[in-house]
Design a protein around this ligand. Sequence first.
Ligand code: DQA
Length: 190
Amino acid sequence: MKSNKPVIYWSKNRFLPYTLVLYTQPVRLVFRIAIFKRAKCMNILLINGPNLQLLGEREPDVYGTQSLEDSNGKVKRYAEELGVQLETRQTNAEGEIVQWIGDAPKEFNGIIINPAAYTHTSIAIRDAVAAIRIPVVEVHLSNIHAREEFRRQSMTAPVCIGQICGFNVQGYELALKGLVEHINKHKDEY
Ligand code: DQA
């Protein structure tokens, strides 16, 4: 007895990563349901640090005219194209960034961070990045190496897998591409 093509429901909820397959057998009208646990999809955290909530209004000649909302929307659409989940957060508080980084491995496979001014000062954020095993990519909208002397040093870059700067908001997409490829390449380590 041949069954019809199964109907497949694919849960998009990341807390419920299941695929439900409904087989129908038209003769006996028997329904068989199979639920498979699906491999969790890659989950990335994007953190923007202090003053980046002002993106678009803040020094537009240096940081561009796109708002943080626009930028986050763009990179989220790109994440969808790559088939990964992306959560975006912004805070002006150094301690909050430290906490988010420390908690991230429970939920995320990698982090993209623009620590903004904390890049140049924060040993606490550097230590948090060094303390976790998941990979972190640092992003800056501007080319910090072509600006004031105090911006040329990054506390955090040496403990990240890489740094992208000078490409404005496109830097987040470049970072996402690099990070996803890196995680896929080093699957066994993370
Ligand atoms: C920045 C560069 C930092 O020096 C500065 O303090 C910022 C933004 C950037 O994205 O270019 O706030 O991180």
